[in-house]
Design a protein around this ligand. Structure first.
Ligand SMILES: CC(C)(COP(=O)([O-])OP(=O)([O-])OC[C@H]1O[C@@H](n2cnc3c(N)ncnc32)[C@H](O)[C@@H]1OP(=O)([O-])[O-])[C@@H](O)C(=O)NCCC(=O)NCCSC(=O)C[C@@](C)(O)CC(=O)[O-]
Length: 323
């Protein structure tokens, strides 16, 4: 009973207090699908390039407006993304859908621009331990690299999204202070990122820790500059997304079939499954523009290829009922 009341409270606070929803009769959330990149980068089974292309083409037919399709990182570090150029050039790009790619440095950004990317995403860790393991440099060095990438991208009229990872916990350094996340968010916005995705990379966040982190971040920026990116290792992903919605955030990252994990965050599982996110949001009356049936089929397609059942409750519940 108490839980039901709390959920009602969360939803009504989201509707009444959220600066976005207050001004719009139709509530909506933009989903950033990260399955083809964050989802597959850590996949031990080699996924054929044509399977990746078919997977992205299926996602493009679901109504998703943003699909992060690959990363131009070192193939020595992340072999699964080594076919970035072939994937990016091979997909059927739909009007109205944006296909950002992840880049770690100027070398990656140059390759992405050459391939025709219209949006790149940079990433930086809120903890020194993860920064070193993931990108072989300190946070400050990473910021310096990021500045070069943003300058290059902007010279080429290319938008830059920023990720801050390990926003509540780091697999090497433990708890991450909210003030560090706020400081990095502010730096990335001032360098020219149009939006910052706050990543609970190892999925350790809870309602309390995510609230504390967001409250600190929202002292330096507004909710319309923020996205939330929750891995679901401890099953807290949807709860933490609700916390962010309650704070006025309206952009959410997720991966179809709950794919993924980070190669430098051992033990962390995939993102919140996009199917589960869509089901929750639409159930709350929040529009996503996503066709759940088509999304479930896309999730099944890739899950069948990697021979793993989808890590999505909704996919597992509804797939057999699809005609
Ligand atoms: C940053 C580096 C490159 C530094 O790696 P490094 O070894 O220090 O780089 P380097 O500059 O010394 O170069 C070494 C070699 O890599 C090559 N190289 C260098 N850069 C590139 C490039 N862009 N594309 C292709 N090749 C590249 C370069 O050409 C050279 O080749 P060699 O001369 O030995 O033949 C490396 O650490 C790296 O690629 N790291 C990326 C790791 C990664 O992708 N991790 C997963 C990202 S997910 C994440 O961070 C979290 C997020 C975003 O999902 C949010 C969340 O979940 O919370």
């Amino acid at each position: 009973m108490a839980l039901r009341l709390n959920c009602k409270k969360i939803i009504s606070r989201f509707i009444l207090k959220n600066p976005f929803t207050r001004n719009n009769s139709t509530l909506s959330v933009r989903i950033v699908e990260v399955g083809p990149r964050d989802g597959l980068q850590n996949e031990p089974t080699r996924v054929d390039t044509d399977v990746k292309i078919e997977f992205i083409n299926k996602l493009s037919q679901t109504g998703l407006r943003t699909i992060e399709v690959t990363s131009f990182v070192s193939p020595k570090w992340v072999p699964q993304m080594g076919d970035n150029l072939e994937v990016f050039s091979g997909i059927d790009k739909q009007t109205g859908v944006t296909y950002p790619v992840l880049v770690p440095n100027v070398q990656g950004c140059k390759s992405a621009l050459k391939a025709g990317a219209e949006e790149v995403a940079i990433f930086i860790a809120a903890s020194e331990g993860f920064s070193r393991k993931n990108t072989n440099c300190t946070i400050q060095e990473s910021l310096n690299r990021t500045k070069e990438v943003i300058d290059l991208a902007h010279e080429n009229n290319t938008k830059v999204r920023g990720y801050v990872s390990c926003v509540v916990g780091c697999p090497y350094d433990g708890k991450v202070p909210p003030a560090s996340v706020a400081k990095l968010t502010e730096s990335l916005l001032s360098l020219g990122c149009y939006e910052i995705s706050l990543g609970d990379t190892i999925g350790v966040g809870t309602k309390s820790s995510v609230t504390a982190m967001l409250e600190e971040v929202l002292k330096v920026t507004s909710p319309d500059k923020i996205a939330i990116h929750c891995h679901d290792t401890y099953g807290q992903g949807l709860v933490n997304i609700l916390v962010a919605l309650d704070k006025g955030v309206t952009v959410v990252d997720s991966a179809v079939a709950g794919l993924g994990g980070c190669p430098y965050a051992r033990g962390a599982t995939g993102n919140v499954a996009t199917e589960d996110l869509v089901y929750m949001l639409e159930g709350m009356g929040v529009r996503t523009g996503v066709n759940l049936k088509e999304l479930i089929k896309a999730g099944r397609y890739i899950s069948d290829f990697i021979k793993k059942p989808p890590a999505s409750r909704v996919n597992n519940a509804l797939y057999s009922k699809l005609s």
